[in-house]
Every structure is written in C-alpha cells, then in structure tokens.
Design a binder for this molecule. Structure first.
Ligand code: ZN
Length: 430
C-alpha cells in the first residue's frame, strides 16, 4: 500500500511532521516514510491519495475492559465503589462467554472507527475476546481479571489463576503476535496481599507482564491505610508485584513516596481522565509524574465509566485537565499525542508500534483534516489534539491490512454485531 500527499505526524522525535509525504507498506511493516518517492507508484499495490488528510500512528489504549460495551449507559451517577459492587458486578456475574465475544466485537468496531489499533483489555472469558481480535486483525494485550475471597498462602488451585496461566500458554504471541497475555490482579480492595504475593511468583515464573488498578480514588487509599497501615503502592511493592514495570491504571492518589517506587520500577501510569471524572475519582497530576520521568499512557477504561473507547476524547481531556490544574503554558501538544501512541505502546511492551518509521508495524490511521472545523489548518498536531473527533478517522490500517475505510468495516459484519448486542441486552436487562 502507498499513501501519497499526506500530512504525516510520525511521532518520531527526529522527524515529527512531514508535509506532502509518502507512507509505503509491505506485508505487515512500514517500508517508507518520506517526502520523496524513489520508485514508481506502481511498485505498490493499492495507492491512496491522502491529500487533505492527516496520517498518524494508530492510537494505543493502555487500559480498558472492552466487552463492557455491553454495559454502556446502564449505570450512571455513582461513585466507584457503589457503581462497581452494586451495579456492575451483579450483571457481570450473568455474562456468558459468547457475550464477551460480541461485546468485544462491538468494542473493536468502535475502536477501528475512532482510530485505535492496540488495546490493553482486562476482563474474563478472554479466550472469546482473543477469537474476536484474531478474526478482525486487531492487536490486543489481554488479561484475565484476578480477585480472591479466601485467605491462604497457596493459590495453586485458584481457578482464576489457572485460567490466566492457560490463557498465557495458549495465546501469548499468537496470531503473529497480534495477541499478548498479561496478568491482571484487579485491585487492592478485591485481592489480599497473600494473593498478590502468589501472583508475583507466577508472573516471575512465566515472565508475564502485570497491569492493575492502583490508587484510583481516595476511598481506596483510605481503606487500604486503615487496613494495612500502608498505601496501595506499598502493598504492591512488598508483595513483589512492583519488582517489574507495571502498567498502573489510574494512579490518581499516589504519594511522593509512591511515585518514587513507581519511577524506580520503570512502571507506567495510565491516565483515564474521562473515567476518573465520571466516577468522581479525582484528577491525576500527570505533569508531575511525567516530569519525574514516569511513562504516561492513556486509557478509556470500560464503556460503563466513560462511555466510549474514543482516545481522541481522552487526549483532549488530558490536555484540558493539565492546563486547568497546572498552567496552560505547560501543555505540550506533541507530548500528549505521545501518551496515546508511543507511550501506550511502551506500556504494553510493543516496541515496534506507536511511531511511523521504516521497520515499524504498519498500524496507522488517516484523519479527515478538511472538515470545516479544521480550517485554517495552522498546525496538524494542535488540530489532532484540540479539534479532531474520533469519527473524523476515515482509514484504519492494522498490520498493513485495511480494517476500516469511509464507513465500511472490512473485517467484521457491523449489522450482525449490533443485532447480537441487542439480543444480549434483552436477555440481561429485560
Ligand atoms: Zn479499569
């Protein structure tokens, strides 16, 4: 595939924006990013004229629960603890494997429609989620949620852990590395320190990356301090879970001591501004974290606390919150775009994604820069950050394969997905 006449935001620091540029792909890789074309256009198969369009890396959603699309718009107006224990967990208890498959399919449709090409998806029945990702050509780091109700030292018979290990052995690196598997202890308030210690040993044994909800709201931190006399980060550290870089979702209430632990472990904080605002969880001071050298990524969280998987909205909110809680002059638009691209890829150990560069994966999107609200087109980076809407994406390519183009979903049957979702809704809610 060859794109020509494109305004390209490469996210490569040495060469961030190209005008009237070319992007060439061969198989699953990028083979050309340049303002010059040495070969003939006919050396490529499909040629797309990207005049008036902005091309950039596919967005990387570093924290979500994708099949929660099934719960979109169902429980509004609650704080985290009420929302989770009274509204979400009772419905989740009724979900069946095929529900997860169709909920994930709906999420994939929304993500390719709004420019996301890689997601960190923590949920359950993840073999069915893996099926949806493999069929649609979508990239995902998946994990099975881990929680415990019994206090003991040996969790070798824990069914959730067994499923997690099975998932890792069956799917990690599968479908030409489209799927990777991570380990997802849910949170300090659903897991005991003994369970954390056991999970840390399993993660070490198999070399499984870890992601978790940490210090999402003040109640979580307060209850943890009352129960253990320590912050959540301190409990994770003592259990051995922070002996590796962890993808920390939220991290809203991290203390200075916590931040030092997070920084020295090489961990990422994945900022979920829409979810944090909606559940009244607080606002993470990502400027401070970032200035300490902590990798910052962006996540949408699940669709019940957002209510979408649209990372353009998260970038926009991250920039506005950073300006509103610090100083507008400290917002660096290119840095915010990095949160949703290269930093997200790093959080998921995907070192050949998040940048448009020769040899990197051909995961990119094209945004229609000719809508009236983009004019007078002063600066493509500013337009992407402050102006662009998810549905302005007109082309999504993953691994060199077009999965969405001008209203057409190339790797899924959108009407079938919608019909299945309505059937599941009727069973669960009516
Ligand atoms: Zn979450």
């Amino acid at each position: 595939m060859l794109l020509k006449n494109a305004t390209i935001i490469t996210m490569d620091e040495s060469n961030p924006v190209l005008y009237h540029g070319y992007i060439g792909t061969r198989d699953k890789k990028i083979v050309l990013v340049s303002e010059h074309l040495e070969e003939r256009e006919t050396a490529y198969g499909e040629v797309i004229d990207a005049k008036g369009k902005i091309v950039m890396p596919g967005l990387c959603n570093a924290h979500s629960h994708v099949a929660m699309t099934l719960l979109r718009g169902y429980a509004e107006g609650y704080s985290l603890q009420e929302w989770l224990f009274q509204k979400i967990f009772p419905i989740e208890d009724q979900l069946e494997p095929e529900d997860i498959y169709w909920g994930t399919m709906l999420g994939i449709a929304e993500m390719v429609r709004t420019g996301t090409t890689l997601v960190n998806d923590c949920y359950y029945f993840m073999d069915r989620a893996a099926a949806a990702y493999s069929e649609t050509g979508f990239n995902a780091n998946i994990s099975r949620g881990l929680m415990n109700d019994q206090l003991k030292e040996d969790y070798s018979d824990d069914y959730r852990l067994k499923e997690m290990i099975e998932l890792f052995e069956s799917y990690n690196g599968k479908y030409d590395d489209q799927i990777r598997v991570e380990c997802f202890p849910h949170a300090i308030y659903t897991c005991s320190p003994q369970y954390f210690r056991y999970i840390a040993k399993v993660a070490d044994k198999y070399g499984i990356p870890v992601t978790s909800h940490i210090s999402e709201n003040e109640t979580e931190n307060r209850e943890c301090l009352e129960k253990y006399g320590k912050t959540p980060v301190q409990v994770y550290q003592e259990s051995g879970l922070l002996n590796r870089p962890v993808n920390i979702a939220h991290g809203v209430w991290l203390t200075d001591d916590d931040l030092e632990i997070v920084r020295s472990s090489g961990s990422t904080v994945t900022h979920n501004p829409a979810s944090n605002l909606k559940l009244g969880s607080g606002i993470a001071n990502i400027l401070k974290y970032s200035n300490m050298g902590i990798n910052i990524a962006l996540g949408t969280d699940g669709c019940s606390s957002n209510n979408n998987l649209n990372l353009f909205e998260e970038m926009h909110l991250a920039a506005l919150l950073l300006a509103g809680t610090n100083d507008p002059s400290l917002v660096k638009p290119f840095e915010i775009l990095k949160f949703a691209t290269v930093n997200g890829a790093k959080a998921m150990n995907r070192t050949t994604k998040g940048i448009l560069k020769e040899g990197y994966d051909a995961d990119f999107i094209m945004v229609n820069n000719t809508e009236p609200y983009y004019y007078p087109q002063h600066d493509p980076v500013n337009n992407i950050l402050y102006t662009a809407q998810g549905p302005d994406v007109c082309l999504t390519v993953i691994g060199g394969r077009t999965v969405y183009q001008d209203g057409e979903y190339k790797s899924l049957d959108i009407e079938k997905v919608k019909a299945e979702i309505m059937r599941i809704k009727a069973r669960l809610f009516e």
